[in-house]
Design a binder for this molecule. Sequence first.
Ligand code: 3Y8
Ligand code: NAP
Length: 247
Amino acid sequence: MRVLLLGGTTEASALAVRLAQARIDTVFSYAGRTRAPVLQPLPTRIGGFGGVQGLVNYLKSKAISHVIDATHPFAAGMSVNAFAACTQIGTALIRLERAPWVAQVGDNWTIVDQIENMPKALPDAPARVFLAIGKQQIGLFSVKPQHHYVLRLVDAPDAPLPLPQTTVVLARGPFTTHEDTALMRDHGITHVLAKNAGGSAARAKLIAARALRLPVIMAARPALPGAALDSVDAVMGWLGHSALRGV
Ligand code: 3Y8
Ligand code: NAP
């Protein structure tokens, strides 16, 4: 058995520990989005594969028997490519996906079907927006330059930001409710924008928004192909099960 673990989430890091402990021959993979990703207890590769064909070539050249897609629910490109490549050459594939967040009593959510529709959900009157969706989609908000955006990023921007009024907060997460409540108070936030990532590491901003009675604009997840399991234990069982079948 040789496993390729597509990582970049808290669950992927937890799974990496279990696979290392079980001495299962595994390669951990990062896209190379951040300057200094968290070190993993597994041999690690960093960077894209070069599309579906690049991934097919990688799977064949490394004799990968199982792929675990533990990427983020919004890393749709990687998940779609993994499904296409594994289907093409018959490699076993499972997605490790955490449950989405669900609005609780006291929440004031506006759900938009995709990130591209978040700007139009903002008011026209100037607001102070906590934009906690990373940096890849900041440009979408240039249609509403009247707002002041507080951006939480993993790395300092390496180019000028496409928005006139911004405050950058550098942090990697996981975040705490105390930190996120203080951040929203200190910056006079009036609106919180989030992707429905699920999991525990980024949930604090939703709890803080509820406590401060702030509206949340929540982007729903893209639909992804293939079978998914919702826990590290379930994926370890899937691997063990596959091993028993001699896949
Ligand atoms: C490069 C690896 C671990 C994984 C930790 C999780 C938790 C902290 C919360 C907010 C939301 C956001 C963002 C976020 C979180 C975890 C997890 C998660 C959200 C790292 C990491 C990589 C990335 C890529 C980065 C994106 C960005 C998204 C910041 C490492 C830290 C906003 C997603 O600067 C950039 O280009 C950043 C890009 C993709 C979304 C975007 O579109 O900008 N994640 N995040 C992975 C790679 O190279 O393959 O640096 O160590 C991983 C984590 N980020 O091991 O504990 O599991 O979700 N990541 C979102 O959820 O909206 C922050 O601020 O409240
Ligand atoms: P994406 O848009 O789905 O993928 C774009 C391309 O990046 C992929 O086609 C692939 O390039 C490469 N890639 C993505 N994940 C990879 C991985 N784990 N290993 C190797 N190559 C990878 O990806 P994304 O949304 O930018 O996410 C990039 C990374 O950040 C992923 O590891 C993801 O888990 C992590 N992350 C993303 C978010 C988010 O909000 N999107 C949040 C937290 C963590 P090729 O086509 O060249 O193979």
